[in-house]
Design a protein around this ligand. Structure first.
Ligand SMILES: Cc1ncc(COP(=O)(O)O)c(C=O)c1O
Length: 415
């Protein structure tokens, strides 16, 4: 979606003060472009939305782990929510203080746990009793006085979102069941090298209501009620962004208002990913060919599901717009916008209203900052695109990741 940073000025798409065409002319396509100004605005708006709770924001690196993005967010005082050793490594590379890192994830390996302990990360969000045992044992082995732990509760509430990104219902693989959390807490003396000081929930991403979150918070409060020394409540991420003008989503303030009365007594952690980076980013691609198949017009672009898998994976909708707007008088048609990848699922969008464009014209997929490059692959041996950031002042831009080369494709292989 268009916003204060990604907008048209005199019929040309801009990222802040920089014309998108001018970046593509220098760097080529496909290319991701991010507004760091928008990233910081989003971070500030989230802090405001939860104002009274004064939450610690731990940006969820899985949404977009580009070093430039991480660095900008960390410099602004946020911590990082990491779900792998690799994400912890990248967080440390950009100067995140170890105590400002939360290590989450349903299947942390012993090596990852050891690494995280050695690095003194601030929190371990536990999703398995054996994992808790591993941390307890590893902390003793490494001579760490104690590791700080939050139990991730599966509160058995069904979030209003796509079923692939709902995580809080009973059958989801995430978190510890209510009974298990109670059981662990009742026997927490068994884990003498860990301090269980927090509770964690994350019921899903792109949440379309706030009620399920409130319900989940209540379930969690019930579990920790008998343990007044548990003072930290991590409510995860999940705040939604608007992918189309019609999409109805709760405002971030609504999430804040929904949980504030319940959590006033707690130190609150938030793990927003999408809400910080999604609408700060676009994927710019070139039109290669036009085709009509079965009576339906198709635009074939040099962008594909390898660069943005959300439409193929979740049937997600993204707005797609020409970088150079044509005059209002030019009629528009509903196009399928597809990529070169050998899969019928390889589409960036269906029934997208666009004018007739010539090969070589640029198209921008909007709201493509989150779960885009982070989920990109080399499928079909495509090279992953570069990332460009427009600086916080909105005026200058730079390459934050170069385009991969064919040599990169073979660099890790052995014949
Ligand atoms: C535990 C946890 N925290 C935070 C997030 C970030 O979610 P979002 O990008 O929707 O804010 C996720 C994403 O799935 C997650 O699994």
């Amino acid at each position: 979606m268009l916003n204060d940073s990604i907008r048209y000025i005199a019929n040309q798409l801009y990222c802040d003060e920089v014309s998108v065409q001018s970046i593509a002319d220098k760097i080529g396509t496909p290319v991701y472009i991010y507004s760091l100004k928008r990233v910081l605005d989003n971070l500030a708006r989230i802090r405001l939305a939860f104002g009274e709770l004064n939450p610690h924001v731990h940006y969820s690196a899985k949404a977009n782990a580009s070093l430039a993005v991480l660095h900008t967010i960390v410099k602004a005082g946020a911590g990082i929510d990491a779900v792998s050793g690799g994400e912890i490594y990248k967080a440390l590379q950009v100067g995140t203080k170890p105590e400002d890192i939360v290590f989450a994830g349903v299947g942390k390996t012993r090596d990852e746990l050891r690494y995280a302990l050695e690095q003194n990360v601030g929190w371990f969000n536990i999703e398995n009793v054996l994992e808790l045992q591993h941390i307890n044992d590893l902390a003793a082995e490494l001579g760490k006085e104690s590791a700080r732990v939050a139990l991730r509760l599966n509160p058995d509430v069904t979030a209003a979102t796509h079923h692939h990104i709902a995580t809080g219902h009973k059958a989801a693989k995430f978190g510890l069941s209510i009974e298990t959390v109670k059981e662990v807490l009742a026997h927490r003396d068994q884990y003498s090298n860990v301090r269980i000081e927090g509770i964690h929930i994350h019921i899903g991403s792109q949440l379309h209501d706030t009620e399920a979150t409130r319900q989940a918070v209540r379930v969690a409060l019930d579990c920790i009620g008998p343990y007044p020394d548990i003072r930290t409540f991590n409510i995860g991420g999940g705040m939604a962004v608007r992918y189309s003008p019609e999409e109805q989503i709760p405002r971030w303030e609504d999430f804040g208002a929904a949980v504030t009365p319940l959590l006033k007594e707690y130190e609150v952690i938030l793990e927003p990913g999408r809400s910080i980076i999604a609408d700060a980013g676009i994927l710019v691609m070139s039109l290669l060919y036009t085709k009509v198949q079965g009576g339906e017009p198709i635009y074939i672009t040099d962008g594909s599901m390898a660069e943005l898998i959300r439409p193929a994976l979740y049937e997600a909708h993204h707005e797609i717009m020409p970088v150079m707007k044509t005059s209002e008088a030019v009629s528009q048609k509903a196009y399928h916008v597809v990529g070169p990848v050998c899969e019928s699922a390889d589409a960036l969008g269906h029934d997208i209203l666009l004018p007739e464009l010539e090969a070589g014209s640029l198209l921008a997929v909007l709201t493509a900052g989150a779960y885009s490059m982070a989920m990109a692959s080399n499928y079909n041996q495509r090279t992953r695109p570069p990332e460009v950031v427009v600086a916080e002042d909105g005026k200058s831009w730079r390459l934050a990741r170069r385009r991969e080369t064919w040599d990169d494709l073979t660099a890790t292989e052995i014949i």
